[in-house]
Design a protein around this ligand. Structure first.
Ligand code: UFG
Length: 332
């Protein structure tokens, strides 16, 4: 059985569905601070006897320790606070939830003799890029507490391998988009900051206008370039990473992105085209802390994990749109 922390969240829930599809037994540990009970119910409906849910917090040592039943033989760890801006005004939350939470998790793994973990790291550990595309040897100089907290965890994991033999794979994601092809889950943040759901919400939420943050970057159309990876493709990367560890793979880290960049304007145009709707937008000043370009070099994940992104950006936006429609129907 695999313990999935943060399995009620956006990326975690997609991974749980994929694990269940492959016949794995899954235990989700989540405090539901940003994840949703509706998502847990969907996972339960899909997984039936192969699924269990534990409501608990990584900052509570007893709760996380109790989650390690005898059956757990590996961990996939998503639970974290993940808003870049929030981390700059409330760093305590990030070091506590991300770093201290993971410290408790790793210590519970030690106590319970569980030695394999796949960890959701981020492109934010690289900071302002000095070259594009970014490969795994790019210096890691994060520029916000979110990225710093994730980098501290990566370093802690190296030490826990050397001293205690806990093997880890750190997946450094770029920008994640899309929803489950059967629409059982999708991106659902109560405080939404991400580009695609924000564009789509402008179609459903009264008086919401999509803001393009900055049109004066040194890029082909003046807006920021990002590497958008599909959430189901990302779930596959976690499965491959877990299997890699099961086969005796060493502690390692991989970029998970597509090697392709798209500008904010391009994403907006794609959304307009796919929805066939005129989406309200306005030009706004740059958002603090946004690098002009972030594009992954994913060669290492392709070579070692045998991972390749399969879904197109069009598919990602289509599924995100269907999911957003469903979400707004539920609310109204
Ligand atoms: N953007 C807008 N308007 C919006 C939202 C976003 O113009 O309403 C722009 C941003 O300025 C940025 C791009 O769209 O240029 C992507 O922004 P997101 O907020 O969707 O994603 P980020 O690139 O800021 O952050 C993502 C993850 C982080 C991770 C980071 C890695 O959400 O968790 O990639 O660099 F740390």
């Amino acid at each position: 059985m695999i313990l999935v922390t943060g399995g009620a969240g956006y990326i975690g829930s997609h991974l749980v569905l994929e694990l269940l599809k492959r016949g794995y037994k899954v235990s989700v540990f989540d405090n539901l601070s940003t994840g949703h009970i509706e998502t847990v119910n969907k996972l339960k409906e899909t997984g039936k006897k192969n699924f269990e849910f534990i409501k608990g917090d990584l900052n509570n040592k007893n709760e996380i320790n109790a989650a390690f039943s005898k059956e757990i033989n590996g961990v996939i760890h998503f639970a974290a606070s993940a808003l870049v801006y929030e981390s700059t005004v409330n760093p305590a939350k990030y070091y506590e939830n991300n770093f201290c939470g993971t410290l408790n998790l790793l210590n519970s793994m030690r106590e319970n003799n569980v030695s394999k973990i796949v960890f959701s790291s981020t492109a934010a550990t690289y900071g302002e890029p000095i070259k594009i595309p970014i490969d795994e040897n790019h210096p890691q100089n994060p520029i916000n507490p979110y990225g710093k907290s994730k980098l501290m965890i990566e370093k802690m994991m190296d030490d826990y391998d050397m001293a205690y033999g806990i093997k880890s794979v750190r997946l450094r994601y770029f920008n994640v988009v899309g929803a489950d092809s059967k629409f059982r889950t999708g991106e659902w943040h109560d405080m939404e900051t991400h580009i695609v759901p924000n564009i789509l919400k402008s179609l459903f939420v009264k008086n919401q206008t999509f803001k393009i943050f900055g049109t004066d970057y040194d890029t082909k159309d003046g807006t920021c370039v990002r590497d958008y990876v599909n959430v189901e493709d990302l779930a596959q990367a976690h499965i491959l990473a877990f299997e890699y560890l099961q086969k005796g793979g060493k502690t390692d880290f991989f970029n998970i992105g597509t090697n392709e960049g798209n500008t904010v304007r391009e994403i907006f145009e794609y959304c307009s085209m796919i929805t066939g709707k005129k989406i309200p937008f306005e030009i706004a000043p740059r958002r603090k802390g946004d690098p002009a370009r972030l594009v992954a070099d994913n060669k290492k994940a392709k070579e070692i994990l045998k991972w390749t992104p399969k879904k197109t950006l069009k598919e990602s936006i289509q599924t995100a749109y269907e999911w957003e429609k469903q979400l707004n129907l539920q609310k109204n």
